[in-house]
Write a protein that binds this ligand. Structure first.
Ligand code: P70
Length: 470
């Protein structure tokens, strides 16, 4: 091998290379504006990447939400949309896909994930009840709080340590959960809110052993267990690869086995399910379903469309089936890993192990000279955009918001900048360009100053907050 100085990535790692299980049929041109244009665009956006115009972005790693490429079969399915107000055939196809792959009995479609979070929170939480979960997610926690719930983080401690190499950093700490149940009493726990994978921890998975243990504990106390299934397919891949006894099991079977431990789930189908819009809530309890089915008509739309067009439900039904294919999930997660391994190799601080949907840069270690009040992760997102038009997302003190009681910032241990990889959209060459841009920002780290917060809205402030250079 050594007489060939140029090596493919596979060869460099001593193995055969893998490739995406698809080829490209249609392309969308990309454009990079010049440095002066990026300076101007960023200042106009108040140094908040959510406020940039997408036309001013070169490689968009803001989110993997609704940004996936649909397949030829999904586009064909769009043409079979039955746009009836009631009883659309596409709803029944969606219901069948969810029953088959996630296993729940009753299905309520919603316009996206937070629509489902709103409904389950309103129906399942009584004011003052606790909602333990494996780390907060922004919209999930907000809906739980708006319903009068009190979120309690019961994730394992390792999840808050970006350098811990534990394989299942999404796990619930059973000791923490048990202590909460003992202290507050089972009747004061609305339900356990379990997410697979855990977005804010870096896309970290939950093990099958953990969900089974949580199931046993909650069942013993008569507490319901609900799943945020948004990236559960990717979680199933980690179980397959890392947990004893699952290597020869298909992703689809692992997904079912996991969901079968839970009483219901909500979903942002904009992630795993490969659609640009859509979500659902699914549940096994007939009584609760009656309530949800009634509430959905108030906030989303009739219970057979939930704010979606028939064609969107069809694309979702097909996307669900595609999303559980082993070769798809492997190439998706391996692409994320490829970017992460490059950065790790260059000693750039990222959250390890590498998660399922994104690389999370550890902004605290990136900019040790900045205090959390200078918004290191927000600063890093701004610097990456300036370097070559890459859009990333702050996942630190800005995202964590304020404590509703004290009004102070929540100060999360994790101060991260997320490079989120859309599914089936970018190639390995794009990953190389991104890696080099992160390296450039890293080499310039000593010269980087922080930001000052000059405006924040009341809810989910990270979406619309504005900053200035001090
Ligand atoms: C992201 C997106 C959405 C999401 C999620 C989990 C684990 C529920 C939802 C809500 C979009 C996003 C949302 C809030 C802040 C920033 C970005 N995550 N559960 O980029 O679903 O967006 O469909 O209402 O990740 O991570 P939806």
């Amino acid at each position: 091998m050594s007489e060939h100085p140029l090596q493919t990535m596979g060869q460099q790692s001593g193995r055969r290379s893998w490739a995406e299980p698809w080829k490209i049929k249609m392309v969308e041109p990309l454009r990079m504006i010049d440095r002066a244009g990026r300076e101007r665009a960023l200042a106009e956006a108040g140094f908040n990447t959510f406020l940039l115009k997408s036309d001013d972005v070169y490689i968009d790693l803001l989110t993997d939400s609704g940004t996936s490429a649909m397949s030829d079969r999904q586009w064909a399915g769009m043409m079979t949309g039955d746009e009836a107000y009631a009883g659309s055939r596409n709803y029944y196809n969606l219901e069948a896909a969810i029953r088959k792959h996630y296993g729940y009995r009753y299905v309520v479609p919603t316009h996206q994930g937070r629509g489902a979070e709103h409904l389950i929170s309103q129906v399942a939480i009584r004011r003052g009840q606790y909602v333990p979960g494996n780390m907060y997610f922004t919209t999930t926690r907000l809906h739980q709080e708006l319903a009068g719930g009190i979120f309690v983080d019961v994730i394992v401690d390792e999840a808050h340590d970006p350098q811990s190499q534990a394989p299942f950093k999404g796990n619930i700490d059973l000791g923490k959960l048990e202590a909460l149940i003992e202290r507050e009493g089972a009747a004061n726990i609305a339900y356990v809110s379990l997410a697979g994978t855990v977005n804010m921890a870096g896309g970290q998975p939950v093990s099958m052993a953990n969900v089974k243990a949580v199931r046993a504990l909650t069942a013993q106390h008569g507490i319901r267990l609900y799943l945020d299934a948004t990236r559960m397919v990717e979680n199933a891949f980690f179980i397959q690869q890392q947990e004893d006894g699952y290597l020869d099991q298909p992703i689809a079977a692992i997904l079912r086995e996991f969901c079968d431990q839970t009483d219901g789930a909500w979903m942002s189908a904009k992630k795993d399910s490969l659609v640009n819009i859509g979500g659902w809530l699914a549940i096994n309890d007939a009584g609760l379903f009656e309530e949800l089915r009634n509430l959905v008509v108030v906030y989303e739309g009739l219970h057979t469309y939930g704010g979606l067009a028939g064609r969107d439900m069809e694309a979702m039904a097909i996307g669900i089936a595609e999303s559980v294919q082993d070769d798809h999930v492997r190439s998706r997660v391996e692409q994320v890993r490829y970017l992460g391994e490059l950065l790790s190799e260059w000693q750039i601080p990222i959250v390890r192990p590498i998660g399922g949907h994104a690389i999370f840069l550890d902004a605290r270690r990136f900019y040790p000279q900045l205090s959390q009040d200078q918004f290191p992760a927000q600063t890093l997102a701004a610097e990456l955009y300036l370097d070559c038009g890459i859009r990333s997302m702050e996942r630190g003190i800005v995202s964590a918001g304020r404590d509703p009681k004290t009004g102070d910032h929540h100060r999360p241990k994790l101060e991260l900048t997320r490079l989120t990889i859309p599914r089936r959209v970018y190639t390995q060459a794009h990953m190389d360009v991104v890696a080099e841009s992160v390296l450039a920002a890293y080499q310039n780290r000593d010269r980087t100053r922080g930001l000052k917060l000059v405006y924040e809205p009341k809810y989910l402030r990270f979406f619309q907050a504005r900053f200035e250079r001090p």
